[in-house]
Design a protein around this ligand. Structure first.
Ligand SMILES: [Zn+2]
Length: 454
């Protein structure tokens, strides 16, 4: 039984009553939190061989949970800036993704996971790539927690040949991925079913996916009501807008995680509320190309909303800390109301809400006795974050990625004093430089040169 005690630390627990312990301590045994609170109350539980860490008056937070990440797209950062959505998708992203090998996906996922860890993320929900084995190997090795997803497509104009699969082929590949990756790596990895968008999924695939996911007791992750054209497409091909149609199909429910949700009517927000559908808000991607999602209204209605970074070609900074800041800002500006989405809510969105969206709330999402030891240590003593007059506001509006000092997932330090402990970061960087060039050459993607290159 290995024990680690972190003392002299301020704890943002995000527990039921949102307790904040000033100069507190947290005791970890194996991969769980054994005790948390004031040191004197924890002292009786210490064993002789306990490892004691000095928290140096830093802050400890629950590991942040990113609920929409395309790990396979990390090597495509910068291939699709300042272009419209159709160019983005058909001329850049599809050629890129369809030319990835499993090994490319492995390196891309490692690079993405490193960026996630450095920005305080201990768990993410994959949004969907193709090589689940590549993602899975990376996540198993680097030590983060994740729900993996393959993006399924069984219809659609202009799909690369390699992706032209029928409904049963897509279901079969999902089932074999589930067999291989669900509940592996000490249960750190789960496997969900993914649906790309209504543009690329038949009703048959959507319905079958829901039936199987319910039977296996896993989640479904789908891009929903993402762009205005999607609503027109859904009305023309299905007779109603995306959410209304999904509701008619009977697939909406508490294991359904809908990404983006920008183009929804008030009635559709009510449908989400009634069906307990979960939402992942991706503010940077939304501001780049999608539009404003009605997140304040969804939160007001009690819908469980979390935050995601989306993929590197549409964000392009994959830091959930930056997304927290954006979430706190953009809706205030749009509504001309500084009280919209306060800091407490943003922190809930990346911890408690996100753990519910990830269907993992019994084990993560807050620092509490008996929960998994997924935590991050924040050093606020930098020119960019001091002073700490209002720590809760500061954690949202002033914290940067460089304030994340150390990261623990499942009871293990995966980053300590800013050094990734589980993989050779230099190797990942070098491989990423090499492979990203090769992918662009292989896929013949044309990225116009800007300014004058000499
Ligand atoms: Zn996405």
């Amino acid at each position: 039984m290995s024990q680690t005690l972190i003392k002299n630390i301020n704890i943002l627990s995000m527990d039921e009553s949102r307790s904040v312990f000033i100069d507190g301590a947290i005791l970890i045994e194996n991969n769980k939190i054994l005790e948390i609170g004031k040191y004197n109350n924890i002292k009786p539980f210490l064993k002789n061989e306990v490892i004691v860490e000095d928290g140096k008056n830093n802050w400890v937070l629950p590991g942040l949970i990113n609920t929409h990440v395309h790990t396979s797209q990390q090597l495509g950062r910068g291939i699709a800036d300042d272009v419209d959505l159709l160019v983005w998708l058909r001329e850049r992203i599809w050629p890129y993704e369809s030319n990835l090998t499993e090994e490319d996906s492995y390196i891309s996922s490692l690079l993405c996971a490193i960026e996630q860890i450095k920005s305080g993320v201990t768990c993410f929900v994959e949004a969907g790539g193709q090589h689940v084995n590549g993602m899975g190997r990376a996540i198993e090795q680097i030590g983060i927690r994740a729900a993996l997803v393959k993006s399924t497509m069984d219809t659609g104009i202009g799909l690369p040949k390699i992706w032209q699969k029928d409904t049963n082929e897509e279901i079969d590949s999902q089932l074999s991925n589930f067999e291989k990756w669900h509940n592996v790596a000490n249960q750190r990895i789960k496997y969900w079913f993914g649906l790309r968008t209504i543009f690329n999924n038949t009703d048959e695939l959507i319905i079958k996916t829901k039936e199987i996911a319910d039977k296996l007791n896993i989640g479904i992750h789908m891009h929903v009501a993402e762009i205005r054209e999607e609503i027109e497409f859904s009305k023309n091909t299905r007779g109603s807008s995306t959410v209304t149609h999904l509701n008619k199909l009977g697939v909406l429910g508490e294991n359904f995680l809908a990404a983006h949700c920008v183009w929804m009517s008030d009635e559709e927000i009510q449908i989400f509320k009634n069906k307990n559908v979960k939402v992942t808000h991706n503010p940077a991607a939304a501001m780049k190309v999608l539009g404003f999602a009605e997140i304040p209204k969804m939160l007001e209605e009690g819908i469980c909303v979390s935050i995601g970074t989306d993929g590197a070609p549409c964000n392009n900074r994959m830091s959930l800390i930056d997304e927290m800041w954006l979430t706190s800002l953009i809706h205030k500006g749009r509504k001309l109301n500084p009280k919209v989405i306060p800091a407490e809510t943003v922190l809930e969105m990346v911890t408690r809400n996100a753990s519910e969206c990830a269907l993992w709330d019994k084990e993560i999402g807050s620092l509490e006795k008996g929960k998994k030891a997924d935590l991050i240590v924040i050093d606020p003593k930098t020119a960019t974050m001091l002073p700490m007059h209002d720590p809760i506001a500061n954690l949202v509006s002033s914290m940067r990625t460089h304030n994340v000092k150390s990261v623990m997932c499942d009871g293990k330090w995966i980053m300590k004093n800013e050094i990734i402990k589980t993989i050779d970061e230099k190797m990942v960087i070098n491989e990423s430089i090499k492979r990203s060039k090769e992918i662009i050459e292989r896929s013949k993607i044309k990225i116009p040169k800007r300014f004058k290159y000499i």
